[in-house]
Design a protein around this ligand. Sequence first.
Ligand code: RTP
Ligand code: MG
Length: 155
Amino acid sequence: VYAAQGESERSYVMVKPDGVQRGLVGEIISRFERKGFQLIGLKLFKTPKELAEEHYGELKEKPFYGKLVAYIISGPVVCIALEGPGIVASARKLIGATNPLNAEPGTIRGDLGIDVGRNVVHGSDSPENGLRELGLWFDDDELIQWDQHMTPWLK
Ligand code: RTP
Ligand code: MG
């Protein structure tokens, strides 16, 4: 268990409203599980507008910012907290390029999307933003601190 070994990089991953509505939640969570990263938080969630605005605050000046916020609050999202060594960069690789048309086959966006404004999933772009975003989307008591006593079925 990574947390027990002191490896604590964390990422915030989110299935965006298009991914939820298309029934891709299981597929997306499954890719991170099969890779070997550890789930530490998970919920279906209707996003308040202020939270979407803060999450994408660095993009406030972009021409697509208003549409981006409207898209994120257009329906429930699935909030996913993940932990493991190198999780931030690895999750970005598994997710693929921002525009699904440029994303490599085998990546989530490369396999499952065609529209930059409906690109299925989000992943934090730095360890610092991983922690920042987890703080925005999860309360502390919603995150699991794994230890060996909590995985009896693995023994
Ligand atoms: P994300 O934050 O959602 O994981 O996506 P990202 O890092 O790959 O891309 P970012 O630059 O952070 O952009 C955030 C989201 O804005 C939408 N976008 N639209 N040209 C456009 O119309 C455009 N560019 C970006 C995408 O939905 C992108 O995921
Ligand atoms: Mg981003």
